[in-house]
Design a binder for this molecule. Sequence first.
Ligand SMILES: Cc1cc2nc3c(=O)[nH]c(=O)nc-3n(C[C@H](O)[C@H](O)[C@H](O)COP(=O)(O)OP(=O)(O)OC[C@H]3O[C@@H](n4cnc5c(N)ncnc54)[C@H](O)[C@@H]3O)c2cc1C
Length: 405
Amino acid sequence: MVEQKYKQQHRQYAVIVVGAGMVGAAFACLFARANPQLQIALVEAHEGASYTSEKFDPRVAALTEKSRSLLECCGVWEQISEKRVSAYMAMDVWDAEGTGRIRFNCQDVHQPNLGHIVENSLVVESLLSEIQQLGNIEFLCPVTVASYSDSEQQVSLELEDGRRLSAPLLVAADGGNSTIRQQFNFPTREWDYGHSAIVTTVQTEQVNQQTAWQRFMPTGPLALLPLNKAGDQHYCSLVWSQESDEAERLMALDDAEFCQALSLGSEHCLGKITAVDKRYSIPLRQRHATDYVVERVALLGDSAHTIHPLAGQGVNLGFADVAALVETLSAAAKRGNDLGSLMTLNKYQRQRKPENLAMMAAMEGFKRLFAADNLALRLLRNMGLSQVDKLKPVKNEIIKKVMGL
Ligand SMILES: Cc1cc2nc3c(=O)[nH]c(=O)nc-3n(C[C@H](O)[C@H](O)[C@H](O)COP(=O)(O)OP(=O)(O)OC[C@H]3O[C@@H](n4cnc5c(N)ncnc54)[C@H](O)[C@@H]3O)c2cc1C
């Protein structure tokens, strides 16, 4: 039984955010910086993993320039890049079932890089450290929410330790399995891919060439994302999506067998895989809430949409949600409007839903195209990849889209 040491405490805020993952922490930080007159509560159930220079976090994200610049606006990019980021200059994508191959280079679009690989724990830790410096956010962690209630003007949360919090707006950034989404009955379209992603850090015989390598197999994509350990480029982050049975088999292999399977799976694009860290298997589901908002509640990031990791777009979409919601709410606050009214929140939804849906549909199409074992489709995708590789203007448009430019 959790001690209810704050039984009598009831605090009022302008906004309550639940979930301090990358998206919730970025939202709280950016909104608090833009609106120093407003009080914000950020509630998180778990103390997150800390960044260490010796080991890489197995969870990383490939950030677009737009996302990097959002973290700069949060005041944390310098901190992150001083510790560890890996810029990537090229992307090499090829089809396991044929000859199709495409290579994107940052020089083709006159950019210094295509994006940055960052460790999730470092992003969260930097955002939380910035949040501690701000006078208008209360960070409540670790604590879970015991109950939610809402009235016409307010949402109230009762925490397990007895504290009560109220605000005209609740922002749900509590991830793919969002309890708030369920609690407030947001209809959601969702399906199981029957796939799991094996994630870990590996060491490679050859240097990673600051290139993101992605091989499409009928069973799912395999990605090796370049990491940089104090100038040593023999490290990559692995995201290997596989049918769940195959993922289970690969997880059961010992390290030497796994390295061998991965060397073959990656077609030795970086020579042999020489070492592997602890592996994690993450079941993959696609989810999309039909609406992102109801009166008094807004869904943000993975709580609104969870997308297949093959394009590395999940948190990039989440950060774009953050920018849109901060802009909408800051404008409403300036005019003295109700932050949690449906009229205010609908502007955020109108801005974000079409873009998120388009990206999810594109990724779904891509995933199905590469899973198809119909001969005509296989020929088409092989010819398609190689043809696009030769068509500079088309290729450059794709790069810009992937970079979020
Ligand atoms: C294998 C893999 C690879 C990926 N690679 C990329 C990539 O390269 N690029 C990219 O853009 N995206 C990538 N993604 C997607 C990206 O990881 C997610 O989109 C992102 O982490 C979502 O962040 P979030 O803050 O919305 O949710 P989460 O990270 O899930 O955070 C939710 C937070 O809420 C907290 N919480 C949950 N419930 C409660 C509660 N009731 N009370 C209090 N706190 C609560 C949790 O503890 C957690 O801290 C990848 C995903 C996977 C699975």
